[in-house]
Design a protein. Sequence first.
Length: 199
Amino acid sequence: MIPPILRVALILTLPGLGSGCVGLAIGGAAAGGVAAVEERSLGTQIDDRTLYLKVNDKLLAQSGELFRKVNVEVNEGRVLLTGNVPKPEDRVSAADLSWQVMGVKEVLNELVVTDRSELKDYPRDAWITTQLKTKLLADTKVLQINYSIETINGVVYLIGIAQSQEELDHVVNHARNVAGVQRVVSYVRLKDDPKRRGA
């Protein structure tokens, strides 16, 4: 069991925390209104970041290894779990812990049970994600800020909000055409999807 103070310190070192939602909204507005194109309201962005921190805290409180192996993305209260875990019970435990966080609306469990070395796959997966993000940034038909991307074992996972089916098709097509991608799994919702009401 990891002491609470150490858990807080570890969670604060999570990648991307420095560029969190509040910083994005303030810095983005100053840099030309980037936050204005983000489909989630500022309140929803803050709620999602809070859920992200709480889910990670639950994982870390359970096990340092589980915290290290599970990637968490949150979009409109929907929690996407990706990564490689060694045992089936780890997969179940990560989902159960996510559901324990108040405010979580859905848990998308894409954890893979495998004993493969993640060190071997990590550089390739990171390169796939980088290439895809670069393609989306260069595509004027895509608002890249509305998408989160994770690549695990050559599988690209997308979550976010698309302006239209055409935009989503562009994103998926870009993902499929990155070298090394095995398949693409999309949890992206359309901007006008009725399921988003109240998000």
